[in-house]
Ligand binder design. Structure first.
Ligand SMILES: [Zn+2]
Ligand SMILES: [Zn+2]
Length: 277
């Protein structure tokens, strides 16, 4: 899988950080993880093939995660060549997405649902037990409720090349840590450095406790408010967990590849890329 960070910021505007959005290219197709108001423009800016996007995942209804949905559907209608598109676009995520889209649509009869290709919306009820579904045919995913909003969900995605968890916004949760155990990439919110004003987000110490339990191969900390501008995030993270922590930046690209099984068999065979031969 390939990841492109579209927005590493949160709900308060930041000159270098758009609000939430992550492009994911999987073996089964392309996915947008959360769609802030900034995300459609950021996909164009990153020269991604957004007119052929296969699926959109919406974690919850805070506007820094879903406010770009209606503009994206509106823009798609007027995209040159879109009439040739026949494959479906699927929007999957928390409960309430369809109500939100219909309310916007009906306010001005935008005809957001009249597209030249099939448009499907699937809402998943929040559940304390992880449950499986296919975001696009052939792509195995799981969802788990998070302690942020009644409807908020984390997602785990696995294809033949690797496994990823995107928590989106969350408070501290051992269930979320278990859900992310041993993934190749954990995209974890880390809204605040310390003294967080709410239990419904994470500060650095919480995020690193989750990393300790989950032991991801790589940890990408995102949803960064402006207080992070004055902090060396990766250095502070290293003090609390000695794994591989990356500070999310808009435009960052990462290849997500497998891991432990491969690493361990390579080790057993005496192949180690990191040590001198
Ligand atoms: Zn948010
Ligand atoms: Zn939120």
């Amino acid at each position: 899988m390939q990841l492109v960070v579209l927005g590493s910021g949160a709900s308060v505007f930041h000159a270098q950080r758009a609000s939430a959005g992550f492009w994911l290219q999987t073996e089964a197709g392309s996915i947008l993880l959360d769609c802030s108001a900034d995300a459609p423009h950021r996909m164009a800016e990153e020269d991604l093939d957004w007119p052929n996007l296969d699926a959109i995942w919406i974690s919850h209804l805070h506007l820094d995660h879903c406010a770009g949905l209606a503009p994206f559907l509106f823009g798609l209608k007027w995209t040159p060549g879109i009439n040739q598109r026949k494959k479906p676009l699927t929007i999957v995520g928390c409960t309430g997405i369809e109500k939100l889209l219909r309310a916007i649509n009906d306010a001005h009869d935008y005809k957001l649902f009249d597209q030249p290709f099939p448009l499907a919306i699937k809402e998943l009820s929040a559940s304390d037990a992880a449950f499986g579904f296919e975001l696009i045919p052939g792509l195995n995913c799981e969802a788990l409720s998070t302690p942020h909003r009644a409807e908020s969900l984390a997602i785990r995605i696995s294809d033949g090349t690797g496994a990823l968890v995107y928590t989106s916004d969350t408070g501290y949760s051992e269930a979320v840590a278990e859900f992310a155990r041993d993934v190749d990439l954990l995209i974890l919110e880390c809204s605040f450095y310390r003294d967080k004003p709410t239990p419904k987000h994470l500060e650095l110490a919480d995020a690193m406790r989750i990393a300790q339990r989950a032991q991801p191969r790589q940890l990408l900390l995102t949803h960064l408010y402006r207080e992070w501008d004055q902090v060396d995030l990766e250095r502070e993270a290293q003090k609390l967990w000695n794994g591989n922590t990356i500070q999310a930046q808009d435009g960052l690209r990462r290849e997500i590849t497998k891991t432990r099984a491969e690493d361990e068999s390579a080790r057993a065979n005496g192949e180690s890329g990191d040590e001198p031969a």
